[in-house]
Each structure stands twice: as C-alpha cells, then as structure tokens.
Design a protein around this ligand. Structure first.
Ligand code: DGP
Length: 113
C-alpha cells in the first residue's frame, strides 16, 4: 500500500519545488527549511516510507541515492558535507517518504542533537 506525502505530491508535480537533479529513479530538490547554506533532499521515485521498510530488492536504488548525493554535493561545490537519513519520528523524520538530506556549506558539530 502506498501512502501519499508531501514528497509524493512533489513527484506528481502537484506542488512546486526547486529541482537540483532528476533521473528515472530519483529526484533531488532544495529543502524548504534549509539548515545550512546547502540543504538538498534526494527522494526515490519509488515510495518507501523509511529506511525501515527498505528491502533487499531496493539495494541498488539505495546505492544509487548515495551516489546521487555525492554528485549533487559536488555540483554544489561542496568538498565536505553531511548525508543524513532520519528514520522514525524520534530520529527527526517528519515526511514518511524515504529521503536523504545533503547538508553543507558550513562547519558542523558532532554528535547531532
Ligand atoms: P525529515 O525531518 O528528515 O523528515 O525531513 C523532511 C524535510 O522536508 C524537512 O527538512 C523539511 C522538508 N520539507 C517539508 N515539506 C517540504 C516541501 O513542501 N518542500 C520542500 N522543498 N521541502 C519540504
């Protein structure tokens, strides 16, 4: 069963977004609430609510998303960046369509809050 989210609406062209990269498997666009000078979201076109629901059949897709993260970060001129996947509400996930954050353009601390 697929559940509609704000990201499926973006994929369906129902709401506007600032595209950074697109291919047949994923879409990358700028986060509407950026936490750093560069904050890009990468989402698979396949609806997977979170990493928890990803399956072995998704292995190639998940690897592709990581390679796209590196591609868009490099395209943005970043040499250092953070790639984040929040999984579950307590981890900070608010949109239940699997997505990678690519965050960069400033120094970051560790651990995250
Ligand atoms: P997370 O908290 O990991 O589920 O990240 C969801 C991110 O999605 C959050 O940083 C804000 C962003 N976001 C929410 N709604 C929209 C939207 O309509 N457009 C864009 N571009 N980003 C959105």
């Amino acid at each position: 069963m697929t559940k509609e989210t704000i990201f499926s609406k973006i994929l369906n062209g129902e709401i506007p977004y600032d595209e950074v990269y697109s291919d047949e498997n994923c879409l990358a666009f700028r986060d509407i609430q950026p936490k750093a000078p560069v904050h890009i979201l990468i989402i698979p076109r396949k609806i997977i609510p979170s990493l928890r629901e990803a399956e072995s059949i998704d292995a190639e897709l998940l690897g592709h998303l990581l390679l796209v993260a590196a591609k868009v970060a490099t395209k943005e001129g970043l040499k250092n960046w953070r790639t984040v996947i929040n999984t579950g509400a307590d981890a900070g996930q608010t949109v239940f369509h699997l997505h990678l954050h690519v965050i960069g353009g400033r120094a970051m601390s560790w651990p995250p809050g």
